[in-house]
Design a protein around this ligand. Structure first.
Ligand SMILES: CC(C)(COP(=O)(O)OP(=O)(O)OC[C@H]1O[C@@H](n2cnc3c(N)ncnc32)[C@H](O)[C@@H]1OP(=O)(O)O)[C@@H](O)C(=O)NCCC(=O)NCCS
Length: 168
């Protein structure tokens, strides 16, 4: 439920052209227009196959995130999490992160990674994510890799080198 009894947030996979366009509009507005992390657009080769998600309030798409598998061992990545400025602090971001985690888990994922802007580490911590390794620079901003186990996690199926990913 949204904070303060406001309008409910509808989070869904962007399948039709309108949702896909809205997903990219939100990303562009935040990462190009507001943050200037990318100068023209934030598209990359992952957009060919990534699962794109939108969050809508009152018929308007106000949030986006995308997710994709990194390997066949169940490691997934989530990125491009964005909520337009006017819709922040209404739990849209949390709903998007939880939806991405649930979706990757339903698809058999065992562990999700994300490169988080430093200012958002506490937000992800609040949602159950853990810090992984040291901070690094990404497009001129300090980021922290973070991780969370997914519903598909099964310790006995972890390949060598992935046992670490299933703890916690
Ligand atoms: C980060 C972002 C997605 C959060 O979205 P949001 O819709 O404002 O966040 P929510 O309302 O869902 O926040 C959920 C909870 O986390 C808290 N929270 C939100 N942002 C936080 C932050 N940066 N640090 C600590 N706590 C935070 C909220 O207060 C809320 O707490 P509560 O449940 O106790 O009330 C949004 O601020 C955004 O799009 N920022 C610009 C783009 C960006 O930074 N993307 C992420 C790149 S890693």
């Amino acid at each position: 439920m949204p904070r303060g009894g406001g309008a409910p947030v509808d989070v869904r996979i962007a399948l039709g052209p309108e949702d896909v366009a809205a997903h990219h509009r939100v990303r562009r507005e935040v990462f190009v227009g507001e943050q200037g992390i990318f100068s023209d657009d934030d598209l990359d080769e992952r957009d060919d196959d990534a699962i794109k998600v939108v969050a809508e309030i009152d018929g308007v798409v106000v949030g986006a995130v995308r997710l994709y598998p990194l390997d066949e061992a169940g490691l997934w990545k989530g990125d491009r999490l964005a909520v337009v400025r006017g819709a922040r602090t209404s739990r849209v971001g949390a709903a998007l992160v939880r939806f991405a985690v649930a979706t990757a888990g339903e698809m058999g994922g065992r562990r999700m990674l994300a490169l988080i802007q430093r200012r958002n580490v506490a937000f992800f911590g609040h949602l159950g994510w853990s810090i992984l390794g040291a901070e690094s620079d990404f497009h001129g901003q300090t980021h922290q890799e973070m991780t969370i186990p997914l519903a598909g996690a099964q310790r006995e199926m972890a390949p060598d080198g992935y046992v670490w990913a299933l703890d916690g």
